[in-house]
Write a protein that binds this ligand. Sequence first.
Ligand SMILES: Cc1cc2nc3c(=O)[nH]c(=O)nc-3n(C[C@H](O)[C@H](O)[C@H](O)COP(=O)(O)O)c2cc1C
Length: 248
Amino acid sequence: MDNYRQIFKRKSFHIFKNTGKLADEDIEKLEIFIQSVEPLDPQIRTKICIVPESETTCRRGAEYCILFYSETKDEYLKNIGYMGEQIDLYLASEDIGALWFGIGKPKNMLLDGLDYVIMLSIAKMSEDKFRKDMFKSKRKPVDEIWIGETMNVAEIVRFAPSACNTQPWMFENTGKELLIYRYKKPGKRGIMPVDKVSYYNKIDMGIFLCMLEICLEHEGILFERALLADASDNSAEKTFIARYRYQI
Ligand SMILES: Cc1cc2nc3c(=O)[nH]c(=O)nc-3n(C[C@H](O)[C@H](O)[C@H](O)COP(=O)(O)O)c2cc1C
């Protein structure tokens, strides 16, 4: 799979219409892919399972939902975002439409002692329903989120999905390192319940790091990742969450 190409193709299917049906082989292949997903932190126990949409509160016309469960320790939200985005991109490569569905709940909020975190709702779609021109999607301009040389990375990674399209990220390129921040505009409050903003935005940052690494690799930029604890709630404007030392 060419992950980079899927960044341009993926989109959120807020409502699934004119869906196909996923064959047993599609699900088997997906399960195999899920086993190969890389975590940000292998010390955090996680489980990912696929259930029919009817076993969740999702009513968007999806066929299945991929449920993410995790130990709720350290950087677990970032870790789930990072893992889930690999799956989101895989799904696009297989013409399976997906939606990160934050407001959804499954029947079982616990699985083998792990807490439910979030789901991806999915359904088979025809290829022509996917994104044709990513640059028409609504996103913050590069100069609002990135300081320094953009490296052909800023231009693309800004299209990462985020809860309510909040795009809670900021970067600084020092020439040797990319400094990455979770950003919350002071006083700004969108449609999300205030206590949920930092929860979802921490998942968003994991999604974002997944796409960032794909973009860096695509540009042939070698990097070393260092993660920082993201313990702050939403009162801080900028929380430093990762540093990528790089070499061109
Ligand atoms: C963590 C997360 C939670 C989301 N939750 C919902 C949701 O509950 N309902 C929904 O319709 N869309 C949800 N979305 C989808 C976003 O609205 C969507 O990704 C964003 O508007 C960008 O659009 P795009 O994914 O088509 O590029 C969520 C996305 C993320 C990343």
